[in-house]
Design a protein around this ligand. Sequence first.
Ligand SMILES: [Zn+2]
Length: 312
Amino acid sequence: MSDLVGVDLGGTKILARFVNPETGWSEKRVKRPTPSTGPSDVLEAVAEVIEELDPDRTSPAIGIGVPGLVTADGIVTRCPNINGWDSPVDVAATLSKRLDRPVAVGNDVNVGTLAEHRVGAGQGTTAMAGVFVGTGVGGGLIINNRLVAGARGMAGEIGHVTTHTGGRVCGCGERGHLEAYAGRAGLEREARRLHAAGTENELVRLAQNGRIKSSHIAKALASGDSVTEDLIADAVEALAIGIGSMATLLDLPLVVMGGGVVDRLGKDFLQQISESTAFGGFGSSVCELKLAERIDDAGVVGAAILAADQFL
Ligand SMILES: [Zn+2]
């Protein structure tokens, strides 16, 4: 199979590389900042990055990962992480016309999940989910060896399932979502709220006025700070409810977990989730939790695999 161009379109930068979709091996890189002047400038910049990387047009198809909701046919329905992008755009059609080649488009977390499935921790299973716990909580879904996008690109968005009815306010504005309990930003909001209400805690003491980072969470846990322990217990509970319910509903034998918070807290954190009495559905015996392999440039690799799946 020939090497394909994979592109990671991020909120701040665009990265393109050549990728072997069977091994995940990648080479060469072209990078530039993401324009903040709206989708047509962004797509033109993406096209220019691809032309710079592949001037001879050796790649038979292109794959692109985008930080927004993306339908299976490559329409980006929501993209709040890129400035000036406030309405749906048919990225696949626009770019395939511009580049005169087929273009596959997927959500960045979804294509990261696809990379884990083919060349990472999920190899060998036909169905799995990726759950990435960072600033927020993102997820991707593989069923019958294929990435599932859903009708509006929402499939796999485990961060916004409700685990606590009427609970903490989520980054999306709704209440009680998993992300409000397990995402780094949600933990930070709660730690600062407690601090403002007079409950001192290590997280705010370590971060001062800066961002509470995953490393602060690990440090505060190691020092035995009880507020942090309670917050992480809530995060574990939310993840156990959400992951267990999803694994039972969709019959997933494997969930691969990554992201900044998981990278810091490691296997112990996964074990706490597995052993939680809150684990949803038929319980943790139906679903193994594994750490992601943290593939280099997973977004780029997964985007190229998506293009290979769709067009080769
Ligand atoms: Zn939400």
